[in-house]
Ligand binder design. Structure first.
Ligand code: FES
Length: 212
């Protein structure tokens, strides 16, 4: 992955985007790997069962590629070559097929990362409301936390609470600058992040829904 340059105060990758993208070419000197042989590849029984349960949900079992990779990532911390080979073995697909899926989806990790994802949305609404400074401040606070996978992310679909952060799937926002140290402390400790700012705790604008 290339290193981003700072352009007008904003980190940008070689292709101009603020996210790394998928810019690694395939190694054409290697023979393509075939479907892994179940007699050779050992797959933990519970992981196999989980992947098979996803495959059973779809008319075309390849549709289970994303949950299968997510399950493998859960076990190994990222979509490592071993994780992909095991998932491919169960699904009777080539590792290349699953590697392509893993490389496309941002929440599937193709490099070792901290196990706890913390995403700061840096898309337009959040950016206009200070997301870049928020991400930089959280990087300062959490840069040495090895179990945290802190990164900028494209729109997380909660633009009305910009600038916002997803802490292991819990949406919080709008995050004010003076709340960042407390948020960082909560992330480190594994505490609930900014409970008063969690999207899930916001009352619905529909009076009937709020009364229910
Ligand atoms: S722009 Fe940040 S959630 Fe949409």
């Amino acid at each position: 992955m290339s290193t981003p340059r700072i352009v007008n105060g904003i980190a940008r990758y070689e292709h101009g985007s603020r996210v790394p993208g998928w810019d690694e070419a395939a190694d054409l000197t290697k023979d393509p790997a075939g479907v892994p042989d179940p007699a050779v590849v050992e797959v933990p029984a519970d992981l196999r069962l989980e992947i098979e349960s996803y495959m059973a949900r779809y008319p075309d079992s390849r549709s289970a590629a994303i949950p299968a990779l997510k399950a493998a990532q859960q076990r190994y911390g990222w979509c490592s070559p071993e994780a992909i080979e095991q998932a491919a073995c169960v699904m009777r697909l080539t590792p290349g097929y699953l590697a392509a899926v893993a490389g496309f989806y941002d929440q599937l990790e193709t490099r070792p990362v901290g196990r706890r994802p913390v995403y700061v949305c840096t898309n337009i609404s959040c950016s206009l409301r200070g997301a870049d400074a928020l991400l930089a401040a959280l990087q300062d606070e959490l840069g040495d936390a090895p179990d945290v996978n802190l990164r900028g992310f494209e729109c997380l679909g909660a633009c009305d609470i910009a600038p916002m952060v997803s802490v292991e799937g819990v949406y919080v926002g709008p995050v004010d600058a003076d709340e960042i140290p407390e948020l960082a402390r909560q992330i480190r400790a594994g505490d609930e992040p900014l409970p008063a700012k969690q999207l899930i705790n916001r009352p619905s604008q529909d009076p009937d829904a709020s009364a229910a």
